[in-house]
Design a protein around this ligand. Structure first.
Ligand code: 13P
Ligand code: SF4
Length: 352
């Protein structure tokens, strides 16, 4: 696959050199965060690279640097803005890069559903996937709920059930269903709602988990048939996928888990082992390069177009802005929303 860094594209090389020079001038006043799904050039420039949970913990701890540049989609940059100190500026190289899954739950629809649930007499706790707007995180914070990521979903679900309550989870149906199955919850105890149509609020007696009908287009491209074909053609191949994949894909895989789980599993796997991985392609490609003693292939080349909107050229523009004293890509969240969302996020960080 075409890798631009170090491959003789002079414009990209000079952009990277300029980034490094400005970065050095700004020094300790700046931290660059990158999600695992970013391109290698961005990952190599970052101070911290991780999954959304790791980056949330770091944002809540590193409160000294006046500037944070967050290389990812908008919900993660907003999360950092909510968790860092009010004195810190969070800047995004691609403010318009919005995760489509995060846009699938609208606050109005959630509030209508919640009213119906309150009227039903059943007691639910709302939990939202970190891939969501700040408004929805605030809704969960204010209504006794919390946030989860793919790394801690199981612990957060257990926290809800430990309180003897039912769970309303949104917007990713697959993460909700896969996590429920891993806790032994059966199909008849799970109900999926189409927020635009059937509100489905009758007959909730047996329901333990109510799911929203949202999905990630990058992870729903992986199919059971692709995995079966790979297993039939590669002897000894193990398959590991992200829990945003459909349940039938997780069922035929050997393992499923968050990006940090996938990374750790492959790093700790025996030399010579063979892996097919079902998650974003940049990350799978990097796993393959960083584990040369193993075979690591993507199930399919599935890329996140929104993560890809962060480029070295856009990162350079933000850095040049800092150097000139003119901030671009400023991430802002209103105080009211940030306060509510912080309650939900801090509750999550305490749980896991
Ligand atoms: P993590 O699973 O790394 O938190 O990633 C979030 C995401 O957007 C997955 O598609
Ligand atoms: Fe959103 Fe999917 Fe991209 Fe993750 S991979 S940011 S869930 S579209």
């Amino acid at each position: 696959m075409g890798k631009i860094h170090g491959s003789g594209y002079p414009e990209r090389e000079s952009t990277l050199e300029r980034i490094k020079a400005i970065r050095q001038d700004i020094g300790k006043d700046l931290l660059i965060f990158s999600h695992f799904y970013q391109d290698d050039d961005i990952v190599e420039l970052a101070d911290f690279v991780g999954d959304s949970l790791q980056l949330a913990h770091i944002a809540s701890e590193k409160q000294d640097a006046p500037y944070i540049i967050f290389c990812s989609v908008s919900f993660m940059a907003e999360m950092a803005k909510i968790l860092c100190s009010p004195k810190q500026e969070v800047l995004s190289p691609a403010p318009k890069a919005r995760c489509p899954l995060a846009e699938m739950a609208h606050i109005h629809d959630v509030e209508v559903l919640w009213k119906g649930l309150l009227a039903s007499g059943e007691e639910f706790i709302p939990v939202v996937y970190v891939n969501s707007t700040a408004e929805i995180k605030a809704f969960c914070g204010k209504n006794g709920g919390t946030v989860c990521t793919s790394s801690n979903a199981k612990k957060v679900f257990e926290w809800v059930f430990g309180k003897g309550k039912k769970l309303l989870f949104f917007p990713d149906e697959n993460l909700g269903r896969n996590t429920s199955y891993s806790l032994g919850i059966r199909d008849e105890e799970i109900k999926t709602l189409d927020p635009k149509g059937d509100k489905g609020l009758s007959d909730l007696g047996k329901v333990k988990v109510l799911l929203w009908k949202g999905f990630c287009y990058v992870h729903t491209r992986f199919l059971k048939t692709q995995i079966e074909k790979l297993k039939n053609t590669h002897d000894g191949l193990k398959v590991i996928v992200h829990p945003e994949c459909p349940p039938e894909v997780c069922a035929v895989s050997d393992l499923f888990g968050s990006t940090s789980f996938i990374k750790k599993t492959i790093e700790e796997a025996p030399s010579g082992s063979k892996w097919a991985v079902g998650t974003e392609w940049n990350f799978v490609n990097r796993l393959s390069k960083n584990n040369p003693d193993k075979t690591v292939i993507p199930i399919l080349e599935s890329r996140c177009n929104e993560m890809a909107q962060v480029t070295p050229e856009r990162l350079l523009e933000v850095l040049e802005g800092i150097a000139r004293g003119e901030l671009t890509g400023r991430v802002t969240v209103s105080d009211e929303i940030a306060d509510g969302a912080r309650v939900g996020l801090k509750r999550m960080l305490e749980i896991a």
